[in-house]
Design a protein around this ligand. Structure first.
Ligand code: URA
Length: 230
């Protein structure tokens, strides 16, 4: 995987994201700091307006201090590139938990509670137009936070839910977790379809950065058009 962490979105945002990452790297709010190898704050940029939120770092992420760099990460990166026509540095990728739970066990409620302010702060800085929840833990937390009824990942996946936030409107979409899709071909098919639906209409923001980014698939529709047509 290319070692290409970020492209500049907005220097002020990038600086604030860096400060949060520094804060995360000193965190001792739950016991996970003792067993983790590295903190995994997240990486990428606000360039596309899309933020992906997974569950928690796994083994490879813990070793490298970067989100989604193991097998599930390879699948996520492929989906971002092939279905959305974006490089992973053009989206922001993070997790509900910034430290790996031992043996990849499920996050505990108190760990989620302790870590939640970091994710919310990242979202407030990035001000995304779209948040993609990867799997049930992320979806359950963010649906709850934004006042939506979480009926289970199977019931809500693939459908955008629009919520009003301080910085405008956000579309929240839950999809199956890429790790689950690795072991169940039927889930992988559904995950690919959900990404395709989104990707057909993704248009990278018309701004100066766009000119620098070669090979990005652009169409005449924006994400906003996509959701308003559903
Ligand atoms: N699974 C996650 O939820 N997050 C990662 O960063 C890697 C695997």
């Amino acid at each position: 995987m290319e070692n290409f962490h970020t492209i500049l979105d907005n220097p002020e945002k990038d600086e604030r994201l860096k400060l949060i990452a520094e804060e995360i790297k000193k965190c001792r709010k739950c016991a996970l700091w003792e067993t983790k190898m590295n903190y995994v704050p997240g990486e990428g940029s606000g360039y596309s307006g899309i933020v992906f939120v997974g569950e928690a770092p796994g083994r490879e992420e813990d070793i490298q201090g970067r989100p989604f760099v193991g097998n599930a990460g390879k699948l996520l990166t492929e989906l971002i590139e092939e279905k959305l026509g974006l490089h992973r540095s053009q989206v922001f990728i993070t997790n509900v938990l910034k430290c790996r739970p031992p043996n990849n066990r499920d996050p505990l409620p108190e760990e989620i509670e302790a870590c939640k302010p970091y994710l919310l702060k990242q979202l407030e800085i990035l001000k995304p137009s779209t948040i993609v929840c990867l799997g049930r833990h992320s979806a359950s937390l963010l649906f709850d936070h934004f006042g939506l009824n979480f009926l289970g990942i199977t019931r809500v996946r693939g459908r955008p839910f629009e919520v009003a936030v301080e910085w405008g409107k956000v579309r929240l979409i839950a999809v199956y977790h890429p790790a689950a899709a690795l072991y169940r071909p039927q889930l992988k098919e559904v995950l690919e379809k959900d990404f395709s639906k989104l990707g057909e209409f993704v248009m990278v923001k018309e701004n100066k950065e766009n000119k620098k980014s070669r090979g990005i698939r652009t169409k005449n529709k924006t994400l906003k058009d996509f959701f308003s047509e559903l």
